[in-house]
Design a binder for this molecule. Structure first.
Ligand code: SF4
Ligand SMILES: [Zn+2]
Ligand SMILES: [Zn+2]
Length: 158
């Protein structure tokens, strides 16, 4: 036995915007052997238009899809974290992530430079694998020197 969709003979009714047509389509769907499957399909695929499985567009709006969301486009934050959660490695998304980390470091470095060079700035230069600028290097040199003196003082007390 084949199950036949009751809408196959008159598709316009299922995509009509008239309320009377929608009501009629809903009524016919209720007798259709494919009703549940059809409603779920439209919900899962986020189909916006038409009456499916006895559900109008408005009726489907609140329903939650059962299937996982469609894959995110690679090279975006969403795709990168989806891969992470599934322990997948994707070159496009890894490259995107590396670039975004670098951009973030550059932005933070700018903030540090606005303060006139800092130890954090020095560390950011190092993470960016570049020669630290003079002000950051100087602040870091002084901080290291102070730390060295503190250690020496601590040793002489002990
Ligand atoms: S339930 Fe789906 S397949 Fe059946 S009549 Fe309605 S829209 Fe068509
Ligand atoms: Zn990807
Ligand atoms: Zn610097």
């Amino acid at each position: 036995m084949t199950t036949k969709a009751l809408c196959s003979s008159n598709p316009e009714l299922w995509f009509s915007t008239k309320n009377a047509d929608k009501a009629k389509a809903v009524q016919i769907c209720r007798a259709c052997p494919l009703q549940d499957e059809c409603a779920q399909y439209a919900t899962d695929n986020r189909i916006r238009f038409g009456t499916w499985g006895g559900l109008t567009e408005a009726a489907r709006r609140g329903r939650k899809p059962r299937l996982p969301k469609p894959p995110a486009v690679c090279g975006t934050q969403l795709a990168f974290w989806r891969h992470r959660s599934k322990r997948e490695t994707c070159n496009t998304c890894e490259a995107w992530h590396a670039a975004s980390v670098e951009a973030d470091r550059r932005r933070r470095l700018e903030n540090e430079h606005a303060k006139g060079g800092t130890k954090t700035g020095y560390q950011l230069h190092m993470r960016l694998k570049e020669q630290p600028c003079e002000p950051c290097r100087e602040v870091n040199r002084v901080a290291c020197e102070r730390a060295r003196q503190r250690r020496a003082a601590a040793r002489s007390v002990a």
